[in-house]
Write a protein that binds this ligand. Structure first.
Ligand code: DGL
Length: 267
């Protein structure tokens, strides 16, 4: 049994935790939401890298055996540095442009991500490895993360903003859309409403958790499994609202889990 840290700027990484609870029911988790500082997507690269490092060190101090950077923005800006400094497995998330390029029939792929992810060297290096015949329509989803953080994933305001952001992607005739931010899977319903059922939506949470599983199998942690899975939710803004959002947004049934919620002090 291992203790796994899952970190995001806010509630977005709950989409990864949800999948992790399905695939890894034998492990304990700490979910850390830096909602007091979200959104990260419009902040400077240096700020994101420094803050992500502080929070990963905090998770290591809590006894985590592995950490999922459940944030595309933090992965793009900080994963190399974090992997160099910490010796436990660090799993990141990246926009699924590679599977999208393989699955698209007409070679037109929309990518919805934060501004920081889209302009990062890591994302652009990945883009450069893909064949020229695939066209990527990149769109920064400015303003969407704060709405999701405020529990408004399905509100009229969110739908209107999303419609604006998806306009160029829709006009391009894209048949595939990459969700390049872990908050965006919570907009799936709104996206389907705007773009219909035929567009293929690429969300990498399943692949990320498979990767975590492989890493845990490669570095097994001895220990006895207790009867109940322990889930600890830590927020830098409001732990009760994080817990309420977890219940609202995640599909996993958490009734049999030991759940604790804590406020992150100033670090
Ligand atoms: N969930 C983060 C991501 O995947 C959101 C970034 C933000 O806070 O803007 O990029």
């Amino acid at each position: 049994m291992a203790l796994i840290g899952v970190f995001d700027s806010g509630v977005g990484g709950l989409s990864i935790l949800d999948e992790a609870l399905r695939q890894l029911p034998q492990h304990d988790f700490i979910y850390l939401a830096d909602s007091g500082n979200a959104p990260y997507g419009e902040r400077s690269s240096d700020w994101i890298a420094a803050r992500s490092m502080v929070l990963c060190r905090y998770l290591l101090d809590q006894g985590c055996d592995a950490i999922v950077l459940a944030c595309n923005t933090a992965t793009a800006q900080a994963i190399a540095q974090i992997r160099n400094s910490l010796t436990i497995p660090i799993i990141g998330v990246e926009p699924g442009i590679k599977p999208a390029a393989m699955q698209s029939q007409n070679g037109i792929v929309g990518v919805l991500a934060t501004e920081a992810t889209l302009k990062s060297d890591k994302f652009n290096a990945l883009l450069a490895t893909l064949p020229d015949q695939c066209q990527f329509i990149k769109q920064a989803g400015a303003g969407l993360v704060p709405l999701i953080e405020a529990g408004q994933a399905n509100s009229e305001e969110t739908l209107e903003l999303l419609a604006k952001h998806l306009e160029a992607i829709q006009d391009s005739g894209a048949d595939t859309l990459v969700l390049g931010c872990t908050h965006y899977p919570f907009l799936r319903k709104a996206i389907r409403k705007l773009l219909g059922d035929s567009i293929t939506i690429i969300d990498t949470s399943e692949a990320v958790v498979r990767q975590l599983k492989r890493q845990l199998e490669a570095n097994p942690i001895p220990g006895v499994k207790l009867d109940h899975q322990q889930l600890t939710f830590i927020s830098s803004k409001d732990e009760r609202s994080l817990l309420a959002m977890a219940h609202e947004l995640m599909l996993s049934d958490m009734r049999s889990h030991h759940i604790e919620a804590k406020l992150l002090g100033a670090i």
